[in-house]
Design a protein around this ligand. Structure first.
Ligand code: SF4
Length: 662
């Protein structure tokens, strides 16, 4: 039970966000929603312990409503063993466990139902599927072609939606949400560009809406009037032939007037095209609260509550959306991935403790794209709740010296201190952050800097001491005699192994980011790691007026980046006129030529007319302290980039692991 004092705080700061709302027959205690998102935590295509623990953590943290990830209603729409399949009664016990676990915290739960239609790229055995759609057609992003559904198949799919909804009811969930968003089957029927049918399911707008209407009728028949029924529909698909805002608004107006639907859930974007798919999980340089203008248009024509989804990261942003009447609830999915306690902290007047999502996409949606469980670079406990869900006190308090206040060291220090150890973090610079301080200087990457204050909050809350301006060597360790040393000294720039001829102007990308070098007009950036640095430096220099060519060792520039981040950045570089040459191994540089080997053919390529070559050759570890401590009677752990140069994700995770292990 919340204290009177805490209740006063939440009503002062976020009165709308923390007020209840009715979604038809279902009362939700607040407006904080975890919208349906694929987690890859599903086991054997049903709700298992990992998914249960993941959602329960968010419910315990105060979320009002959780929508499950999509359950496929048809075996034709299966593509992974780590997705929910609602095609027979084996799904029901897992739904029941989920409902019990979430209801115990006063959190409501909807089951989302989906058929991919033409967006089905492959089946469970890896084969390309003969996907179904409203018409013969293709899906550009997955390079697939599908076939028109005969009316008998349409009727059978509608019946499967109904049967799946009945299982949700039997599982004890609070409602059903139909995924008509992101270019999936119901949206394909609705789209005049995709649906070329001439029967009762094609042609006029009413006919194109018929499939979704019949699905909703069938679902309502199967769930009755005491469960909520929602429709998730992209406010604008942002594609060349999908649904635009005007069509979506009209569809929602008609569906709202039918009286079958209890709420609308409005994201933006579509799976169908690369430029539209970016907005399925909008990266950090896109607009905050990106779907709100579209949700607002729908709200103006329907009586039902509208959920706005997409880069609403902070309770203050959510409150602004809600109090201005632009939407009724806010999907804050990544905010909850990043901080499962976000809602309760905000409600209890502890908003300064909230760990704010930085929209890096690195461990949430990119884990999905790489086939692994959802997590967060700032909070690697996410998706690992069974291992790290509880902070377990150490059996005895040890003296832990952490060397380096970058992401790895800060997390290690915070976790170790929270477990009762006496932790001192020493840092040779005057501020914490390590390479994050460089990363945040790249174009469009300033939000990334939020990682440091977020980790510092954990450090301070746990009671670890941080000392700056200290260079730690073996004698420092001997003098202070800790029980444990955690070497988190990071990495420095790597010198590219290339021949540099007379007159060549070669500079390092790190120096360019720091602004500590001058360059000629015609610049070539050689990007070995294919991550943020090469693309960021190329954009930075193009914006300054240089002619820029970006050579990368990947199949595409930014190959190692989270997919939507990469694709968005490729668009930016294209708009700016940066030439990009993939599969380019730089062999040498002279006064006006970069000598390249094509990585597939092995043939030489000359890149001529070059004033300055910028080398982005990755990093080398700074781990000499770990070697120096060999032979001392002290437990030593080397983590993060000091172990091997990688990313902030591995650094923070290894900080968690070692902080838990010591
Ligand atoms: S990985 Fe990045 S985008 Fe995803 S939840 Fe964490 S901070 Fe947010």
């Amino acid at each position: 039970m919340m204290s009177g004092k805490a209740a006063a705080k939440h009503s002062d700061a976020y009165p709308t966000l923390f007020s209840p709302i009715d979604l038809g027959p279902v009362r939700v205690k607040n407006r904080v929603v975890s919208s349906g998102h694929a987690t890859r935590l599903v086991e054997d295509q049903i709700v298992g312990p990992r998914l249960l623990a993941y959602h329960a953590a968010r419910a315990a943290g105060g979320a009002g409503l959780i929508v499950t990830e999509a359950s496929m209603i048809d075996i034709d729409s299966a593509y992974s063993s780590a997705q929910l399949m609602n095609v027979d009664d084996s799904i029901v016990p897992g739904y029941s466990m989920l409902a019990s676990a979430l209801h115990a915290h006063g959190c409501k739960v909807m089951g989302q139902l989906l058929h991919l239609g033409l967006e089905q790229s492959h089946g469970l055995d890896g084969r390309r599927t003969a996907s179904w759609g409203p018409s013969d057609g293709s899906a550009e992003r997955y390079h697939t072609s599908g076939r028109a559904m005969p009316v008998a198949v349409i009727k059978s799919v509608i019946a499967k939606f109904g049967a799946a909804a009945a299982r949700i009811r039997r599982g004890g969930l609070d409602g059903v949400e139909i995924a008509a968003s992101h270019g999936y089957l119901p949206a394909q029927f609705l789209s005049g560009g995709i649906n070329q049918r001439t029967d009762e399911y094609g042609g006029s707008f009413e006919n194109r809406l018929r499939f979704l209407r019949e699905v909703l009728v069938e679902v309502r028949v199967n769930i009755g009037d005491d469960l909520a029924l929602g429709v998730r529909i992209s406010g604008d698909e942002m594609t060349t032939d999908g649904l635009g805002s005007a069509d979506v608004v009209e569809a929602c107006r008609l569906l709202g007037a039918d009286g079958l639907v209890d709420y609308f859930n409005v994201p933006v974007g579509s799976s169908r095209e690369i430029g539209a798919a970016i907005h399925i999980v909008s990266p950090m340089r896109t607009d905050v609260a990106i779907a709100v203008p579209f949700a607002e248009r729908i709200k103006q024509v329907v009586d039902q509550p509208v959920i706005a989804v997409g880069r609403i990261k902070h309770p203050a942003e959510a409150e602004a959306v809600l109090s201005s009447g632009r939407a009724d609830l806010c999907g804050m999915t990544r905010a909850l991935i990043c901080d499962p306690q976000m809602a309760v902290k905000s409600a209890e007047g502890r908003v300064e403790d909230v760990r704010e999502c930085i929209s890096c996409n690195q461990a949430c949606i990119d884990h999905f794209h790489r086939g692994i469980g959802v997590s967060c670079i700032q909070h690697p406990e996410t998706g690992r709740e069974q291992t790290y869900g509880l902070v377990i006190r150490a059996p005895s308090s040890r003296r832990v010296l952490v060397v380096g206040a970058g992401p790895a060291g800060l997390k290690a220090g915070a976790v170790a201190a929270a477990r009762g150890h006496q932790v001192t973090i020493v840092e040779q610079e005057r501020v914490p952050g390590g390479q994050v301080l460089l990363a945040e200087r790249l174009p469009g990457r300033s939000e990334f800097g939020g990682l440091v204050p977020n980790l510092m909050k954990e450090v301070v809350a746990a009671g670890a001491e941080v000392r700056y301006g200290i260079t730690c060597d073996k004698s420092f360790v001997v003098e202070h005699a800790p029980d444990v040393v955690v070497v988190a000294t990071g990495a420095g720039p790597r010198v590219a192994p290339i021949e540099v001829g007379e007159g060549a102007d070669v500079v390092d990308a790190w120096d360019v980011i720091c602004g500590s070098t001058t360059l000629g007009r015609r610049v070539v950036v050689g990007d070995w790691r294919c991550d943020w640095v090469g693309m960021g430096v190329a954009e930075m220099l193009r914006a300054l007026g240089h002619d820029v060519r970006l050579l990368s060792t990947g199949h595409v520039a930014g190959e190692m980046l989270p997919r939507y981040v990469r694709d968005h950045w490729l668009g930016e570089l294209h708009r700016l006129g940066v030439d990009m040459l993939p599969l380019s191994r730089v062999m040498g540089v002279d006064d006006d030529t970069v000598y390249v080997q094509h990585m597939a053919s092995g043939e030489p390529v000359l890149v001529e007319g070059v004033d300055t070559f910028v080398s982005s050759a990755g990093h080398v570890s700074r781990r000499s302290l770990g070697d120096e401590l060999d032979g001392l009677d002290v437990e030593v752990h080397v983590i993060g980039d000091a172990a091997a140069p990688r990313t902030a994700e591995e650094a923070v995770l290894e900080g968690l692991e070692v902080g838990t292990a010591v």
